[in-house]
Design a protein. Structure first.
Length: 616
């Protein structure tokens, strides 16, 4: 599916842009989301399986115990029957019933009564013992308790007649005697030494049904659970309790089919599922049943399920919290290193990554510190080299005062000195002395506007002597600008450029130079040198006004043309001296002259020292 692949690819791209902390948190959270619920589900399934198995085994043990208890009690009664069958009293009674004995009925009755009383007293479950013969009947108890019902009309006779073996019969009321409550009767044909099993004689041992019901009720069952005894026809003869659930179970559970079913099975009745455990009672052909609601039987499993769900949710929340904290703790050094790199990017090279850790991040931080140290050393080296270069350029500029100018001036002084009547010689010597004194400036690179204006004025005086006063000049100084500190020799090269180049083409006819300084209201000092000469080539003007990064190209063009090198040097010195607080602009039209403007935003209190020049 292409659309699915596109979505996965876009999700992966967005994931790559996430922060490291969120990446670590997400990846570990996926592991937690898989591991914790699976562990909880596995633990719950294992516990549920063990509890369910235990509950089923407990129910099976309960029904086994019920079957064994009832079976043992019935076996004890069967043993009493064997004891009675083997007694002389029973044999004499059978002989009497067959007319083989001349003893009186009362004697036989008393003997049988004594025998039956001994058997009843030896077993708490025996309620009474009854012997039927065609000639007469024998029983324990008073004659008034005997009902008028004929034995052959009772359920006992109906049960034993078609069978030659002993039969266990349940009756809701005693069919032979007057008493309340259900009874269980063991009906048999007496077996004596006569071997007359075919005779019409019957022996009934009656048991107390309430004794067995109390045993059923004493079984520990879950709420709404019950137990019962079924006869061989699958009919319930004993119940621990009767309720709507019991009646519904008896109607729908198909209990007659129990012998063919496994030892336990489930029965669905409405919204309730019952677990049925059953065991046979072989001596009577009955079935013992224990019926319990599965929901109640496995209530601990439901508790474990809710506990497991709550524990899983709690563990997930705690795991996510710890996971987020660990992710933040792990990525904290990375974020700190990132902040330090941002500070270094802004120019703060004094930051350092201090860490005691020896892991990968700590090693990366130490490499970062070493890189900053190396950068600082290189920057210091570059600044020192740049300062040395600036000083060398300034000295070279100072040294480039035209030797021809010196030669011509000295030659002029020589000839004037021969003419003792010419007073201009002294003026020339004085101007030359003042010019060199201002040029040297005691070896300092910085001077004031006043001295710089005087320096260019002395230069113009000297050069005007050489050119026979063929041009005029004017130097005007604003009092407010005199104390402003500037680099020395920034105006003289501009005036010299006019004399050597601008006036040459006009043969020095009607030329003038104006040099002035003034102060604007914005604390800006303006220095201007302008002339009415032949102008400057537009290409050079464009390079003179180019931004600082284009200065090398301008210097190259200027040096190749033989003009403008000094102007480019002035621009560089202004930039290093004032930074962004100084500007230089040249204006010129061919044939109409040139104008150079230096603007300096600085007061006399903001004077930079020479040592500061190298740091700019």
């Amino acid at each position: 599916m292409p659309w699915f692949g596109d979505r996965v690819r876009r999700a992966a791209e967005r994931f790559r842009d996430w922060g490291l902390e969120w990446k670590v948190f997400l990846m570990t959270s996926v592991v937690i989301l898989i591991a914790v619920p699976l562990t909880g589900a596995f633990s719950f399934n294992q516990a549920a399986r063990y509890i369910e198995e235990y509950a089923y085994n407990a129910a099976d043990r309960t029904v086994s115990q019920l079957s064994a208890n009832v079976g043992n009690e019935l076996k004890n009664v069967s043993d009493k029957l064997y004891w009675i069958n083997s007694s002389d009293e029973l044999a004499r009674a059978i002989d009497w019933s067959q007319n083989r004995s001349d003893e009186a009925y009362s004697v036989i009755f008393n003997n049988v009564f004594s025998l039956f009383s001994k058997a009843s007293l030896s077993s708490p479950t025996i309620r009474g013992i009854y012997l039927y013969t065609p000639k007469g009947e024998f029983f324990e108890g008073v004659p008034a308790a005997r009902k008028e019902t004929d034995f052959k009309e009772t359920v006992y006779y109906k049960a034993i007649k078609p069978s030659s073996s002993n039969r266990w019969v349940y009756a809701g009321q005693n069919p032979l005697f007057v008493e309340e409550g259900g009874v269980i009767g063991l009906v048999s044909r007496p077996a004596t030494a006569t071997g007359a099993l075919e005779l019409d004689n019957y022996l009934v041992i009656t048991l107390r049904a309430d004794y067995f019901e109390r045993n059923l009720q004493s079984i520990q069952l879950v709420p709404d659970g019950f137990s019962m005894i079924l006869d061989e026809a699958g009919r319930p003869i004993l119940l621990s309790s009767r309720s709507e659930a019991t009646e519904a179970f008896l109607e729908q559970a198909q209990v007659p089919e129990l012998p063919g079913k496994p030892s336990f099975f489930e029965v669905k009745l409405g919204d309730q599922t019952y677990l049925v455990n059953h065991r046979p009672i072989p001596i009577a052909g009955w079935q013992a049943l224990v019926v319990q609601p599965k929901k109640q039987l496995l209530v601990k499993i439901a508790y474990i399920k809710y506990f497991t769900v709550l524990l899983t949710i709690g563990l997930l929340a705690f795991s996510f919290f710890m996971n987020k904290s660990i992710a933040r703790w792990v990525t904290l050094p990375v974020r700190r290193l990132q902040r330090l790199m941002s500070q270094a990017k802004k120019g703060d090279l004094d930051v350092r990554f201090a860490s005691r850790s020896r892991d990968e991040i700590g090693e990366l931080g130490r490499r970062f510190d070493e890189l900053l140290d190396q950068i600082q050393r290189l920057l210091k080296q570059v600044v020192e080299e740049s300062l040395a270069k600036r000083k060398a350029e300034i000295r070279a500029l100072q040294a480039q005062i035209n030797p021809h100018f010196l030669y011509n001036t000295l030659d002029e002084i020589y000839w004037k000195s021969l003419e003792f009547n010419d007073s201009s010689a002294s003026e020339i010597i004085l101007s030359l002395s003042r010019f060199f004194r201002l040029s040297l400036n005691r070896g300092e690179e910085a001077t004031t506007v006043a001295k710089e204006m005087e320096h260019v004025e002395q230069y113009l005086k000297l050069v005007n002597y050489q050119y026979k006063r063929q041009f005029a000049f004017e130097v005007t100084v604003d009092e407010r600008t005199k104390e402003i500190v500037v680099p020395k020799i920034i105006l003289q090269p501009l005036a010299e450029n006019a004399v050597l180049h601008a006036f040459k083409d006009n043969e020095y006819q009607n030329n003038r130079i104006r040099v002035k300084s003034f102060r604007e209201e914005t604390d800006t000092t303006v220095l201007i040198v302008e002339d009415n000469g032949s102008g400057i080539d537009p290409e050079l003007i464009g390079l003179f006004n180019a931004p600082p990064h284009a200065g090398d190209a301008a210097s190259g063009v200027a040096s190749r043309s033989g003009e403008g090198y000094a102007i480019m040097n002035i621009k560089e010195r202004l930039r290093y001296f004032f930074g962004e607080r100084a500007s230089f602009r040249a204006e010129s039209r061919v044939g109409e002259g040139s104008r150079f403007e230096i603007r300096i935003f600085a007061t006399k209190e903001e004077v930079p020292h020479e040592s500061a020049v190298g740091r700019r």
